[in-house]
Design a protein around this ligand. Structure first.
Ligand SMILES: [Fe+2]
Length: 376
Protein backbone atom coordinates (compact mmCIF):
# COMPACT_ATOMS: atom_id res chain seq x y z
CA UNK A 1 0.00 0.00 0.00
CA UNK A 2 1.18 3.50 -0.75
CA UNK A 3 0.50 6.38 1.59
CA UNK A 4 -1.64 8.15 -1.03
CA UNK A 5 -5.22 7.44 -0.02
CA UNK A 6 -8.24 7.20 -2.27
CA UNK A 7 -10.78 6.51 0.47
CA UNK A 8 -10.69 9.86 2.31
CA UNK A 9 -14.36 10.58 1.60
CA UNK A 10 -15.79 7.22 2.70
CA UNK A 11 -19.03 7.43 4.62
CA UNK A 12 -20.42 4.59 6.75
CA UNK A 13 -23.94 5.24 5.48
CA UNK A 14 -26.06 2.96 3.33
CA UNK A 15 -26.42 4.49 -0.13
CA UNK A 16 -23.15 6.44 0.11
CA UNK A 17 -19.76 5.49 -1.31
CA UNK A 18 -17.91 3.36 1.22
CA UNK A 19 -14.97 1.59 -0.42
CA UNK A 20 -11.76 1.01 1.56
CA UNK A 21 -8.45 1.15 -0.29
CA UNK A 22 -6.73 -2.13 -1.06
CA UNK A 23 -3.53 -2.80 -2.99
CA UNK A 24 -5.58 -4.13 -5.88
CA UNK A 25 -7.92 -1.11 -5.92
CA UNK A 26 -5.06 1.38 -5.69
CA UNK A 27 -3.49 -0.34 -8.72
CA UNK A 28 -6.81 0.05 -10.48
CA UNK A 29 -7.09 3.76 -9.56
CA UNK A 30 -3.54 4.38 -10.83
CA UNK A 31 -4.35 2.67 -14.12
CA UNK A 32 -7.45 4.83 -14.46
CA UNK A 33 -5.37 7.97 -13.82
CA UNK A 34 -3.14 7.02 -16.72
CA UNK A 35 -6.28 7.09 -18.88
CA UNK A 36 -7.39 10.52 -17.54
CA UNK A 37 -10.21 8.77 -15.72
CA UNK A 38 -11.14 7.93 -12.14
CA UNK A 39 -13.57 5.83 -10.08
CA UNK A 40 -16.57 7.93 -9.08
CA UNK A 41 -16.87 6.28 -5.66
CA UNK A 42 -13.52 7.74 -4.58
CA UNK A 43 -14.93 11.28 -4.76
CA UNK A 44 -18.72 10.84 -4.94
CA UNK A 45 -19.30 11.90 -1.33
CA UNK A 46 -17.12 14.97 -1.89
CA UNK A 47 -18.72 16.19 -5.11
CA UNK A 48 -22.24 15.37 -3.96
CA UNK A 49 -22.40 16.60 -0.39
CA UNK A 50 -25.58 16.03 1.61
CA UNK A 51 -26.31 19.72 1.35
CA UNK A 52 -24.59 22.74 -0.22
CA UNK A 53 -21.11 23.04 1.29
CA UNK A 54 -19.84 26.45 0.21
CA UNK A 55 -16.10 27.01 0.13
CA UNK A 56 -16.80 30.74 0.61
CA UNK A 57 -16.26 32.05 4.12
CA UNK A 58 -18.43 34.63 5.91
CA UNK A 59 -16.38 37.82 5.96
CA UNK A 60 -16.84 41.57 6.42
CA UNK A 61 -14.74 44.21 4.68
CA UNK A 62 -14.37 47.26 6.88
CA UNK A 63 -14.78 50.35 4.69
CA UNK A 64 -12.84 52.65 6.99
CA UNK A 65 -9.79 50.39 6.76
CA UNK A 66 -10.18 49.65 3.05
CA UNK A 67 -10.94 53.15 1.79
CA UNK A 68 -7.39 54.60 2.09
CA UNK A 69 -6.13 51.71 -0.06
CA UNK A 70 -8.84 52.34 -2.67
CA UNK A 71 -8.00 56.06 -2.73
CA UNK A 72 -4.34 55.20 -3.24
CA UNK A 73 -5.26 53.67 -6.59
CA UNK A 74 -6.32 57.16 -7.77
CA UNK A 75 -2.68 58.23 -7.99
CA UNK A 76 -1.32 54.90 -9.20
CA UNK A 77 -3.33 54.10 -12.33
CA UNK A 78 -5.59 56.04 -14.67
CA UNK A 79 -8.97 54.70 -15.78
CA UNK A 80 -7.48 54.50 -19.30
CA UNK A 81 -4.71 52.20 -18.07
CA UNK A 82 -6.87 50.14 -15.77
CA UNK A 83 -10.03 49.98 -17.88
CA UNK A 84 -11.86 50.04 -14.58
CA UNK A 85 -10.09 51.39 -11.49
CA UNK A 86 -11.41 48.91 -8.96
CA UNK A 87 -10.20 47.20 -5.81
CA UNK A 88 -12.08 43.91 -5.71
CA UNK A 89 -12.98 41.95 -2.62
CA UNK A 90 -11.54 38.47 -2.65
CA UNK A 91 -13.13 35.81 -0.48
CA UNK A 92 -10.36 33.78 1.21
CA UNK A 93 -12.20 30.61 0.14
CA UNK A 94 -12.57 31.66 -3.51
CA UNK A 95 -9.33 33.37 -4.65
CA UNK A 96 -9.09 31.24 -7.79
CA UNK A 97 -12.29 32.68 -9.26
CA UNK A 98 -12.12 36.28 -7.93
CA UNK A 99 -15.42 35.84 -6.13
CA UNK A 100 -16.62 37.69 -3.05
CA UNK A 101 -18.98 34.81 -2.35
CA UNK A 102 -20.18 31.84 -4.39
CA UNK A 103 -20.17 32.92 -8.05
CA UNK A 104 -20.60 36.63 -7.32
CA UNK A 105 -17.93 39.27 -7.70
CA UNK A 106 -17.80 42.62 -5.93
CA UNK A 107 -15.39 45.54 -5.87
CA UNK A 108 -15.07 49.21 -4.98
CA UNK A 109 -14.54 51.56 -7.91
CA UNK A 110 -13.05 55.01 -7.48
CA UNK A 111 -13.07 57.94 -9.92
CA UNK A 112 -12.01 61.55 -9.60
CA UNK A 113 -13.59 64.72 -11.03
CA UNK A 114 -13.40 64.90 -14.82
CA UNK A 115 -12.51 61.24 -15.25
CA UNK A 116 -14.47 58.93 -17.52
CA UNK A 117 -13.73 55.28 -18.26
CA UNK A 118 -14.10 53.84 -21.74
CA UNK A 119 -17.37 52.26 -22.78
CA UNK A 120 -17.62 48.50 -22.97
CA UNK A 121 -20.06 45.61 -22.74
CA UNK A 122 -19.84 42.05 -21.52
CA UNK A 123 -21.77 38.87 -20.85
CA UNK A 124 -21.63 39.52 -17.14
CA UNK A 125 -24.51 41.51 -15.67
CA UNK A 126 -23.46 44.33 -13.40
CA UNK A 127 -24.91 46.60 -10.76
CA UNK A 128 -23.63 49.54 -8.71
CA UNK A 129 -24.44 50.75 -5.25
CA UNK A 130 -23.23 54.29 -4.74
CA UNK A 131 -21.13 54.87 -1.61
CA UNK A 132 -20.02 58.49 -1.60
CA UNK A 133 -19.08 61.53 -3.63
CA UNK A 134 -20.93 63.85 -5.98
CA UNK A 135 -21.12 64.22 -9.74
CA UNK A 136 -20.88 60.52 -10.67
CA UNK A 137 -22.75 59.28 -13.72
CA UNK A 138 -23.28 56.04 -15.57
CA UNK A 139 -24.29 55.77 -19.22
CA UNK A 140 -26.16 52.66 -20.35
CA UNK A 141 -27.11 52.18 -24.00
CA UNK A 142 -27.47 55.93 -24.55
CA UNK A 143 -29.22 56.63 -21.23
CA UNK A 144 -27.27 58.87 -18.87
CA UNK A 145 -27.93 58.60 -15.15
CA UNK A 146 -26.75 60.91 -12.41
CA UNK A 147 -25.83 59.07 -9.21
CA UNK A 148 -26.13 59.81 -5.51
CA UNK A 149 -25.33 57.91 -2.33
CA UNK A 150 -27.35 54.69 -1.85
CA UNK A 151 -28.68 54.75 -5.42
CA UNK A 152 -28.83 51.31 -7.01
CA UNK A 153 -27.96 51.18 -10.72
CA UNK A 154 -28.09 48.46 -13.39
CA UNK A 155 -25.77 47.82 -16.30
CA UNK A 156 -27.39 44.64 -17.63
CA UNK A 157 -25.44 42.14 -19.70
CA UNK A 158 -24.97 43.15 -23.31
CA UNK A 159 -25.51 46.89 -22.69
CA UNK A 160 -22.80 49.42 -23.54
CA UNK A 161 -21.83 51.22 -20.38
CA UNK A 162 -19.30 53.61 -18.94
CA UNK A 163 -18.88 55.60 -15.76
CA UNK A 164 -17.43 58.94 -14.92
CA UNK A 165 -17.47 61.95 -12.64
CA UNK A 166 -18.26 65.49 -13.83
CA UNK A 167 -15.60 68.22 -13.61
CA UNK A 168 -17.55 69.91 -10.80
CA UNK A 169 -17.90 66.68 -8.83
CA UNK A 170 -15.79 65.15 -6.06
CA UNK A 171 -13.99 61.82 -5.71
CA UNK A 172 -16.67 59.14 -6.02
CA UNK A 173 -16.70 55.60 -4.70
CA UNK A 174 -19.23 52.95 -5.47
CA UNK A 175 -19.62 49.22 -5.10
CA UNK A 176 -19.72 47.14 -8.27
CA UNK A 177 -21.48 43.78 -8.21
CA UNK A 178 -21.17 41.35 -11.11
CA UNK A 179 -21.76 37.72 -11.96
CA UNK A 180 -18.31 37.40 -13.60
CA UNK A 181 -17.41 34.18 -11.72
CA UNK A 182 -20.71 32.60 -12.81
CA UNK A 183 -20.16 33.61 -16.44
CA UNK A 184 -16.69 32.07 -16.31
CA UNK A 185 -17.96 28.92 -14.58
CA UNK A 186 -20.35 28.55 -17.51
CA UNK A 187 -17.61 29.36 -20.07
CA UNK A 188 -19.95 32.04 -21.40
CA UNK A 189 -18.02 35.28 -20.92
CA UNK A 190 -17.47 37.76 -23.76
CA UNK A 191 -16.05 41.29 -23.45
CA UNK A 192 -16.03 44.13 -26.00
CA UNK A 193 -14.63 47.65 -25.94
CA UNK A 194 -16.83 50.28 -27.65
CA UNK A 195 -15.42 51.04 -31.12
CA UNK A 196 -15.55 54.79 -30.37
CA UNK A 197 -14.48 54.36 -26.73
CA UNK A 198 -17.41 56.50 -25.57
CA UNK A 199 -21.04 56.20 -26.55
CA UNK A 200 -23.43 58.95 -27.61
CA UNK A 201 -26.10 60.00 -25.12
CA UNK A 202 -29.32 59.67 -27.08
CA UNK A 203 -31.99 60.19 -24.40
CA UNK A 204 -32.76 62.96 -21.89
CA UNK A 205 -30.72 62.63 -18.69
CA UNK A 206 -32.34 60.34 -16.09
CA UNK A 207 -35.14 59.41 -18.53
CA UNK A 208 -35.27 55.80 -17.31
CA UNK A 209 -36.17 56.86 -13.76
CA UNK A 210 -38.61 59.54 -14.97
CA UNK A 211 -40.37 57.01 -17.20
CA UNK A 212 -40.32 53.82 -15.18
CA UNK A 213 -39.53 54.86 -11.61
CA UNK A 214 -42.93 56.10 -10.52
CA UNK A 215 -44.62 54.00 -7.83
CA UNK A 216 -47.26 51.65 -9.22
CA UNK A 217 -47.59 53.73 -12.38
CA UNK A 218 -46.65 52.45 -15.80
CA UNK A 219 -46.26 54.79 -18.76
CA UNK A 220 -49.36 54.17 -20.89
CA UNK A 221 -48.62 52.67 -24.26
CA UNK A 222 -44.94 52.01 -23.53
CA UNK A 223 -43.79 48.44 -23.99
CA UNK A 224 -40.51 46.73 -23.19
CA UNK A 225 -39.16 43.53 -24.71
CA UNK A 226 -35.67 43.27 -23.24
CA UNK A 227 -34.90 40.67 -20.59
CA UNK A 228 -33.88 43.21 -17.97
CA UNK A 229 -35.59 46.09 -16.24
CA UNK A 230 -36.34 49.29 -18.21
CA UNK A 231 -35.75 51.09 -14.91
CA UNK A 232 -31.97 51.35 -14.66
CA UNK A 233 -31.64 53.48 -11.52
CA UNK A 234 -33.46 52.98 -8.22
CA UNK A 235 -32.97 56.08 -6.13
CA UNK A 236 -32.39 56.05 -2.40
CA UNK A 237 -35.00 58.62 -1.28
CA UNK A 238 -38.09 56.78 -2.60
CA UNK A 239 -36.61 53.44 -1.51
CA UNK A 240 -36.14 54.60 2.07
CA UNK A 241 -39.57 56.22 2.07
CA UNK A 242 -41.09 52.93 0.89
CA UNK A 243 -39.41 51.06 3.75
CA UNK A 244 -40.69 53.54 6.30
CA UNK A 245 -44.23 53.44 4.91
CA UNK A 246 -44.23 49.63 4.84
CA UNK A 247 -42.85 49.55 8.40
CA UNK A 248 -45.94 51.41 9.64
CA UNK A 249 -48.21 48.53 8.65
CA UNK A 250 -46.10 45.38 9.01
CA UNK A 251 -44.10 43.46 11.58
CA UNK A 252 -41.81 42.56 8.69
CA UNK A 253 -40.10 39.26 8.06
CA UNK A 254 -38.88 37.45 11.19
CA UNK A 255 -35.63 36.82 9.28
CA UNK A 256 -35.06 40.09 7.44
CA UNK A 257 -37.05 42.84 9.10
CA UNK A 258 -38.78 45.30 6.77
CA UNK A 259 -37.56 43.90 3.49
CA UNK A 260 -38.28 45.05 -0.07
CA UNK A 261 -36.97 43.75 -3.37
CA UNK A 262 -35.95 45.89 -6.30
CA UNK A 263 -38.00 44.71 -9.28
CA UNK A 264 -38.43 45.23 -12.99
CA UNK A 265 -41.51 47.52 -13.00
CA UNK A 266 -42.70 46.01 -16.27
CA UNK A 267 -42.75 42.39 -15.10
CA UNK A 268 -42.44 42.44 -11.31
CA UNK A 269 -39.50 40.07 -11.69
CA UNK A 270 -35.87 40.55 -10.64
CA UNK A 271 -34.22 43.50 -12.43
CA UNK A 272 -31.74 41.28 -14.25
CA UNK A 273 -31.74 37.63 -15.29
CA UNK A 274 -28.99 36.46 -12.98
CA UNK A 275 -29.00 38.84 -10.03
CA UNK A 276 -31.62 40.16 -7.65
CA UNK A 277 -31.25 42.91 -5.08
CA UNK A 278 -33.09 44.20 -2.06
CA UNK A 279 -33.06 46.76 0.71
CA UNK A 280 -34.05 45.86 4.25
CA UNK A 281 -34.60 47.98 7.30
CA UNK A 282 -33.94 46.74 10.82
CA UNK A 283 -35.84 48.78 13.35
CA UNK A 284 -34.09 50.10 16.47
CA UNK A 285 -32.90 47.16 18.55
CA UNK A 286 -34.30 44.57 16.11
CA UNK A 287 -32.68 41.13 16.22
CA UNK A 288 -33.98 38.83 13.47
CA UNK A 289 -34.22 35.07 13.66
CA UNK A 290 -31.77 32.88 11.77
CA UNK A 291 -32.59 31.25 8.48
CA UNK A 292 -30.64 29.89 5.55
CA UNK A 293 -31.21 29.94 1.81
CA UNK A 294 -29.80 28.35 -1.32
CA UNK A 295 -28.15 31.40 -2.86
CA UNK A 296 -25.22 33.72 -2.21
CA UNK A 297 -25.60 37.25 -0.82
CA UNK A 298 -23.39 40.34 -0.81
CA UNK A 299 -24.50 43.07 1.62
CA UNK A 300 -23.58 46.68 2.06
CA UNK A 301 -24.70 48.62 5.11
CA UNK A 302 -26.45 51.68 3.68
CA UNK A 303 -27.37 53.23 7.02
CA UNK A 304 -26.75 52.66 10.72
CA UNK A 305 -24.74 49.92 12.39
CA UNK A 306 -25.06 46.50 13.93
CA UNK A 307 -23.89 42.97 13.29
CA UNK A 308 -24.88 39.75 11.58
CA UNK A 309 -24.16 36.21 12.73
CA UNK A 310 -23.30 33.92 9.83
CA UNK A 311 -22.83 30.25 10.69
CA UNK A 312 -21.83 31.29 14.19
CA UNK A 313 -19.40 34.00 13.07
CA UNK A 314 -20.15 37.54 14.24
CA UNK A 315 -19.66 40.15 11.51
CA UNK A 316 -19.86 43.70 12.82
CA UNK A 317 -20.89 46.35 10.31
CA UNK A 318 -21.55 50.03 10.01
CA UNK A 319 -22.31 52.34 7.09
CA UNK A 320 -20.46 51.28 3.88
CA UNK A 321 -19.07 48.03 5.26
CA UNK A 322 -19.57 45.08 2.91
CA UNK A 323 -20.14 41.51 4.06
CA UNK A 324 -21.22 38.22 2.55
CA UNK A 325 -23.50 35.32 3.40
CA UNK A 326 -22.55 32.12 1.55
CA UNK A 327 -25.21 29.70 0.33
CA UNK A 328 -27.03 27.60 2.93
CA UNK A 329 -25.33 29.26 5.88
CA UNK A 330 -27.43 30.35 8.84
CA UNK A 331 -27.67 34.09 9.21
CA UNK A 332 -29.43 36.58 11.45
CA UNK A 333 -29.13 40.36 11.63
CA UNK A 334 -28.98 42.73 14.57
CA UNK A 335 -29.46 46.49 14.61
CA UNK A 336 -26.97 47.68 17.22
CA UNK A 337 -28.80 50.93 17.90
CA UNK A 338 -31.75 51.35 20.27
CA UNK A 339 -32.82 54.61 18.63
CA UNK A 340 -31.90 54.57 14.90
CA UNK A 341 -32.95 52.22 12.13
CA UNK A 342 -30.33 50.33 10.10
CA UNK A 343 -30.58 49.59 6.38
CA UNK A 344 -28.85 46.81 4.50
CA UNK A 345 -28.58 46.73 0.72
CA UNK A 346 -27.88 43.31 -0.74
CA UNK A 347 -27.60 41.58 -4.06
CA UNK A 348 -27.83 37.87 -4.75
CA UNK A 349 -27.97 35.08 -7.32
CA UNK A 350 -31.53 34.05 -6.44
CA UNK A 351 -32.87 34.55 -10.01
CA UNK A 352 -30.47 31.79 -11.10
CA UNK A 353 -31.50 29.51 -8.24
CA UNK A 354 -35.18 30.10 -8.95
CA UNK A 355 -34.86 29.65 -12.73
CA UNK A 356 -33.17 26.31 -12.15
CA UNK A 357 -35.65 25.18 -9.50
CA UNK A 358 -32.95 25.08 -6.82
CA UNK A 359 -34.16 27.70 -4.36
CA UNK A 360 -35.08 26.63 -0.87
CA UNK A 361 -35.03 28.24 2.53
CA UNK A 362 -35.52 27.16 6.11
CA UNK A 363 -35.80 28.89 9.43
CA UNK A 364 -33.87 27.84 12.51
CA UNK A 365 -36.19 26.15 14.98
CA UNK A 366 -33.80 25.52 17.88
CA UNK A 367 -32.77 28.00 20.53
CA UNK A 368 -35.64 30.37 19.69
CA UNK A 369 -34.15 30.83 16.21
CA UNK A 370 -30.78 32.16 17.33
CA UNK A 371 -27.27 30.84 16.75
CA UNK A 372 -24.57 30.64 19.38
CA UNK A 373 -21.63 32.90 18.46
CA UNK A 374 -18.66 30.62 17.87
CA UNK A 375 -16.29 33.17 16.40
CA UNK A 376 -16.18 36.89 16.42
FE1 LIG B 1 -18.63 46.74 -17.15
Amino acid sequence: MTDLRFDTYREEVIGRANVADSDELVDFYRDLESQSAAALWTIANKIEPWEPASSSVPIVWNYERLKPHVLRALGLVTPEQAGRRVVYLSNPGRPDVAAAVGWLYTGIQVMGPGECASSHRHSASALRFIMEGSGAFTNVDGHKMTLGANDFVLTPNGTWHEHGVSEEGSVCLWQDGLDIPLMNALDANFYEVHPELNQAISFPIDDSTATWGNPALRPAGETWSKRYSPLLKYEWAPTYEALQRYARVTDGSPYDGVHMEYVNPYTGEAPMMTMGASMQMLRPGEHTKAHREVGSFVYQCAKGSGYSIVNGKKLEWKERDIFVVPSWMWHEHVNGSASEDACLFSFNDLPVMRALGLYRAEGMLDNDGHQPIIEG
